[in-house]
Ligand binder design. Structure first.
Ligand code: GLU
Length: 471
């Protein structure tokens, strides 16, 4: 029984399963698996009413094989050391799977953000950053946080500002955190990146006819019914891009209930309704489901858990009817549930691959910050004139005058276009490599998750071996 295992143990089970398909020395595999360092901070914060409370926060750096380490900071009541170490490990494997040159890290503060005012959250975030600086757990070449569950661009701006105040003469200090607001050295497309990456990944996975046939589906996303658990930044953006592909969102679940309409929900109207009413409860044109967990058991083509870990478990797995499970959250499927779903032929697209869009665009933001120039700034106008000159040459050589439609929008790529192109390329290439590994070992022998872990183990092992630590 794996039910009593901790979250980190469960991540390690997936690692061990994949490690059996490699022949690296035991010591090397152990070194990849362990969490290199972690720190528990406790500090006092004054509330608005003058009372003092003690805050518990953590930061874990799972793997130093590449520096800086990278990973989000979450605010949630469930945060504890084990969870943070498990999520840091997932970051290590995720970065390796999509070829991002970072080690994995994760941080968290144990709180429910709705219990605190904006100014209290600011004081907590700034003090947490101060602790990170004191313990050397933050820096452009050390460890670079980002948003995660319960945090946003605002917290990243406070982290940046605190870091800048403490290191005024460091030229690269703006690269100490990613997921920042655009006005604070952020990058176009970072906010949407994880949701967009989920959809680029889904599009790629669903493009293989034989794989879709195995799952009892036709290729492509058009017309596929989707159940979405979690309508935060990741869930909202996944819904947005899925709608562009004409997939049908039939259920959206939040912590306080779910809304269901078999004929499809308009994600934009749902978001507006929630903004106006503070909840999706009483949304018209839909049936309200009191227990949001029930939505996981609905009949659908694609189930997207986009909230927290341990959602599909031994307890509910036999009632799950989805044909594809797209893990937008980190660790939503337990090892036991994974095994059973796999046997039933359900296609599980693992978190270590599918939600890597966030860290991918964080990587672009970090590069942008280190180079102190926005992508596209140098080449955009040059590309535009080169393109125009070529069209002009074609017109002269052929004597044919292109219409405005034929010319299309002639401009060089801006930052948003380059970020999207880099993100799509990353998601497509990574999946092709994972699929290759899966085919090599046999699709009936290993699932996509195991193939992704095999890829990650190879990458990290190679990097250790190049360091000369292991033979
Ligand atoms: N929190 C996100 C994740 O779990 C993003 C991490 C990052 O951008 O560093 O992948």
């Amino acid at each position: 029984m794996t039910q009593d295992l901790s979250f980190f143990d469960k991540v390690n089970l997936n690692f061990d399963k994949a490690a059996r398909y490699t022949d690296y020395p035991k010591g090397l595999l152990e070194q990849i698996k362990v969490c290199n360092s972690s720190c528990h901070f406790t500090f006092p914060v004054k509330r608005d009413d003058g009372t003092i409370i003690t805050i518990h926060g953590w930061r874990a750096e799972h793997s130093h094989h590449n520096l800086p380490t990278k990973g989000g900071i979450r605010y949630s009541t469930l945060v504890n050391e084990d969870e943070i170490m498990a999520l840091a490990a997932l970051m290590t494997y995720k970065c390796a799977v999509v070829d991002i040159p970072f080690g994995g890290a994760k941080g968290g503060i144990q709180l429910d953000r709705s219990d605190y005012s904006e100014s209290e959250l600011e004081r907590i975030t700034r003090r947490y950053t101060y602790e990170l600086i004191q313990k050397n757990y933050i820096g452009p070449g050390i460890d670079v946080p980002a948003p995660d569950f319960g945090t946003s661009e605002q917290e990243m701006a406070w982290i940046l500002d605190t870091y800048l105040t403490m290191s005024p003469d460091k030229l690269d200090a703006i690269a100490c955190v990613t997921g920042k607001p655009i006005e604070q050295n952020g990058i176009q497309g970072r906010r949407e990146a994880t949701g967009r990456g989920v959809v680029f990944g889904l599009e790629e996975v669903c493009s293989y006819e034989e794989d879709m046939k195995r799952a009892g589906l036709s290729p492509g996303l058009r017309g596929k019914t989707v159940v979405l658990q979690g309508f935060g930044n990741v869930g909202y953006n996944a819904a947005k891009y899925l709608s562009e592909y004409e997939a049908e969102i039939i259920c959206i679940a939040e912590a306080d209930g779910a809304i269901y309409n078999p004929n499809g929900l308009d994600f934009e109207k749902v978001a507006t309704f929630r903004a106006e009413n503070g909840s999706i409860r009483h949304y018209p044109d839909a049936t309200f489901i009191e227990n949001p967990n029930d939505c996981l058991e609905l009949e659908c083509d694609i189930l997207i858990p986009a909230a927290l870990e341990n959602q599909l478990t031994a307890e509910n797995v036999n009632r799950i009817k989805a044909k594809i499970i797209a893990e937008a959250a980190n660790g939503p499927t337990t090892a036991e549930a994974n095994e059973i779903l796999q046997e039933r032929g359900v296609l599980i697209i693992p978190d270590t691959y599918l939600n890597a869009g966030g860290v991918t665009v964080s990587y672009f933001e970090w590069l942008r910050n280190l180079s102190h120039v926005g992508f596209g700034r140098l080449g955009r106008r040059y590309e535009e004139s080169a393109f125009n000159a070529m069209l002009h040459f074609i017109e002269q050589a052929t004597g044919y005058q292109l219409t405005d439609d034929e010319r299309g929008p002639v401009h060089g790529a801006d930052e948003q276009a380059l970020v999207n192109s880099g993100l799509q390329d990353t998601m497509v290439n990574a999946y092709q490599e994972i699929r290759e590994i899966q085919l090599e070992h046999g699709k009936d022998k290993i699932d996509i998750r195991t193939a992704a872990y095999i890829k990650a183990i190879h990458k990290i092992a190679q990097s250790y071996m190049q360091l000369g630590i292991f033979p």
